[in-house]
Design a protein around this ligand. Structure first.
Ligand SMILES: Cc1ncc(COP(=O)(O)O)c(C=O)c1O
Length: 374
């Protein structure tokens, strides 16, 4: 049996959604589904504004520009993340300041964040790892105490909650990714979410060449002006329509992920050498965008498990190596900082296959292969 790291959940409605736009022969770029999808995401999260973009990374970039961060500014980020979170400050010449993570959620450790705040700090940018909420409530209080912005990188956590509140609505703004391994996907894509009308407007300008259109774009008779330079970071209508179809079943997709995660957690209950992604308490509603094991006995054993799984036809991957140690950040001198929890966790994690429609046979084969290894 071969088990990939993830499979994409698609159905006939997804195909119809894309076909509907193709068949219309109109507005494949900036059609009405863009606005509809934005409104649906905002409503799903309970937020005022959503701006669709062509990736989660573009959403981070748009926010950096919209908040007018610049050279000399510092933004506190984790190193245990996808590189895009740490790139965000670089897009505008600001400096990422890496803080350590905590052991249970793998999110930013509020205590270390506090230690990293200086008079140059402008924002805290926490990540919700693999669909697990980090302690964003505490981080938000910290941001308020120090007069900082809180920008959530919720790329992996659409649908997650902390208490009754949706992840992505705790801070001043947030981003989500719709890349193919995310909770819902448009192949590539992303969005930012905010309650701040100015940030919404600035991000829209940046997304589309700084263009202001007055009047009804679809009626044709419009005035336009270009008021600032910008890029084309837009999502296409085809993908927005696909996203709308995916969003309709997000709650089912999350339940399927959670069921599979619980199955694996149960199976691995007696294995002392590994720990599973467990919410610290029932307030933490994880959407299990990934299922990441931690091999407590260290990197050698983790690497051996990876090899064992590969021999069995099962994919697995290390998400993530500490990003501050990649060449791009070495060149900037970031690699010398000490992030002991990040380094230990990164040397012990292994993400194993988990996706909504995994079969019983796949789950059994995967779990048996792991139990057999230990
Ligand atoms: C934590 C995190 N931030 C940002 C991104 C960037 O999203 P995208 O790949 O859509 O640019 C990702 C995507 O993998 C991510 O996992």
């Amino acid at each position: 049996m071969e088990i990939p790291l993830f499979k994409i959940h698609w159905n006939e409605d997804d195909i119809d959604a894309v076909n509907r736009i193709i068949r219309s022969g109109l507005y494949w770029c900036m059609g009405r589904d863009i606005e509809e999808f934005e409104q649906e995401i905002a409503a799903y999260l309970g937020s005022d504004y959503c701006v669709l973009l062509n990736s989660g990374g573009s959403a981070l970039q748009a926010l950096m520009v919209a908040y007018n961060f610049q050279k000399g500014d510092e933004i506190i980020v984790p190193s245990f993340t996808f590189i895009a979170s740490a790139y965000a400050p670089l897009y505008v010449g600001a400096r990422p300041v890496f803080a350590d993570i905590e052991e249970d959620t793998y999110g930013l450790d509020p205590e270390d964040v506090k230690r990293k705040i200086t008079n140059k700090t402008k924002a805290i940018l926490p990540v919700h790892y693999g669909g697990m909420p980090c302690r964003v409530d505490i981080l938000n209080e910290l941001a308020e105490d120090y007069g900082l912005l809180l920008i959530e990188d919720a790329a992996e956590a659409l649908g997650a909650k902390l208490g009754a509140k949706a992840i992505g609505t705790f801070g001043h703004s947030s981003i989500f990714s719709f890349c193919q391994n995310k909770v819902i996907t448009t192949s590539e894509g992303g969005c930012l979410v905010t309650n701040d009308s100015t940030i919404n407007e600035k991000a829209r300008l940046f997304r589309s060449y700084g263009r202001v259109i007055t009047g009804d774009y679809f009626a044709g008779g419009t005035d336009l002006d270009y008021v600032e330079s910008g890029f084309n970071l837009r999502m296409s209508t085809l993908l927005a329509s696909l996203g709308r179809s995916q969003l309709k079943r997000i709650n089912d997709l999350i339940v399927m992920r959670q069921k599979n995660a619980h199955f694996l957690i149960e199976k691995f209950n007696d294995l002392d050498e590994i720990s599973c992604p467990m919410p610290p308490n029932k307030d933490f509603f994880s959407v299990y965008q990934m299922f990441t094991l931690r091999v407590r006995t260290g990197q050698k054993k983790r690497d051996a498990l990876m090899k064992h799984l590969s021999d069995k036809g099962i994919s697995s991957k290390v998400y993530f190596d500490p990003v501050h140690q990649y060449s791009v950040f070495r060149k900037l001198g970031h690699h010398t900082i000490q992030l002991p929890v990040t380094e230990r966790v990164a040397s012990e994690v292994l993400t194993i296959p988990m996706y909504p429609h995994m079969t019983k046979e796949e789950l059994e084969y995967l779990s048996t292969s792991i139990i057999e290894f230990f």
